[in-house]
Write a protein that binds this ligand. Structure first.
Ligand SMILES: *Cc1c(COP(=O)(O)O)cnc(C)c1O
Length: 369
């Protein structure tokens, strides 16, 4: 059985007509940038995320960048960020001229370890960027406590975790302003690039709203040096259709993860995902870890099972950050995760037969010699 790493078909086929109608509606209205579709989606997403404000932007990286800019983060400032995140979180910090200060994750949950935050704080530290990696909510209680104690802001990277919760509260609703991504493969994906900032801070929301549109509130009057980072009407229209399906897609992801857990339990040499007490996981990705990762990936490829590595090189070892001169070995947990993690297929619509094909192959690999 062929199991692709990701298939959109089971998500997109049943809503094909609704999505095409939404697209046709924008086409016929002849209003393509910052109109009713964006306003409607922003309202719906703010409601979904239980926040006061949602500002649609061009992509997830811009959402994080604009949030930091609105918080007036700049040169000389240090920002605590996971050592094992996708590079976008670091890039947003670099774009405003601040310095990313890596903090190692909890090796069981892969999320930033709240117990390691205080040791990384210096007089220049201004904020914390927790990333709800792979779809699991960070331990936001202890993180917010450290932030309060030291007068730091918090910007959550919610790109992989729409709908996840920490003690009943949704990710994307804790920080001063938070970024999310609607890149097609994310749990809520557009048909192209898209993203949003979520916040309960009215002043920050107003600043970001202005900044995404050339620093302008009134056409051709520019108050600040802004960006062109707007969510398109077309993408907003598609996202509104898809948002209504997100809770059922999340449930399917969680059911698939439970099946993986069940069928891979007790397999020697494989570490399965662990969920922290108080957190929920929306399984943007289902990661297993093994010291034989590359061999396992090769074996699964031969069995027609698609896998990916999230992520093969941690940000501090990327060429882009060579100027920071961080030696290999400096962040051993991030480095070990990079060399042992493998993402198994995970998409709403995967059947039990798909999951069993994957788990049978994984078991076959470990039991062959
Ligand atoms: C996808 C992603 C981003 C960036 O989102 P884009 O829309 O691709 O710019 C940021 N952070 C994390 C953790 C992501 O997974």
């Amino acid at each position: 059985m062929n199991v692709p790493f990701l298939s959109f078909a089971p998500q997109h086929d049943p809503i094909r007509e609704d999505v095409l109608n939404a697209i046709a509606n924008v086409y016929d209205k002849q209003w393509y940038v910052l109109g009713d579709q964006v306003r409607e989606f922003e309202t719906a997403y703010a409601e979904f995320n239980r926040v006061e404000h949602c500002i649609g932007v061009a992509n997830g990286l811009d959402a994080l960048h604009l949030a930091l800019e609105a918080l007036q983060v700049g040169p000389g400032d240090e920002v605590l960020v996971p050592s094992n995140t996708y590079i976008a979180t670091w890039l947003a910090i670099s774009f405003v001229g601040a310095t990313p200060v890596p903090v190692e994750p909890n090796p069981a949950t892969y999320n930033i370890d709240p117990a390691r935050l205080e040791a990384a704080i210096t007089p220049r530290t201004k904020g914390i960027m927790p990333v709800h990696l792979y779809g699991q909510a960070c331990e936001m209680g202890p993180i917010m406590e450290v932030a309060r104690k030291h007068g730091l802001w918090v910007v959550e990277d919610n790109a992989q975790s729409q709908g996840a919760t920490w003690q009943g509260e949704l990710t994307g609703s804790f920080g001063n302003a938070n970024g999310t991504s609607f890149y097609p493969g994310k749990n809520l994906g557009a048909l192209g690039d898209a993203g949003a900032v979520t916040t309960n801070d009215e002043a920050l929301a107003a600043r970001i709203r202005m900044s995404r549109n050339y620093g302008s509130q009134k056409k051709y009057y520019n108050e600040v040096i802004g960006h062109n980072s707007r969510l398109d009407e077309l993408q907003a229209a598609v996202l509104s259709v898809k948002l209504a399906k997100l809770p059922s897609w999340t449930k399917q992801r969680q059911d698939i993860a439970a099946l993986y857990d069940q069928h891979l339990a007790g397999l020697d040499g494989v570490v399965l995902p662990a969920v922290a007490e108080g957190a929920t996981h929306v399984y943007h990705l289902y990661i297993v870890r093994t010291t034989r990762r590359d061999e396992l990936q090769q074996y699964l490829t031969e069995q027609n099972i698609g896998t990916l590595i999230h992520y093969p090189v941690p940000p501090h070892l990327q060429q882009a950050y060579a100027h920071m001169n961080i030696a290999a070995g400096s962040y051993p947990i991030a480095e070990e995760l990079a060399s042992t993690s493998l993402s198994l297929p995970m998409w709403p619509g995967m059947t039990e037969a798909h999951v069993l094909a994957v788990t049978t192959a994984v078991r076959g690999f470990f039991e062959q010699k």
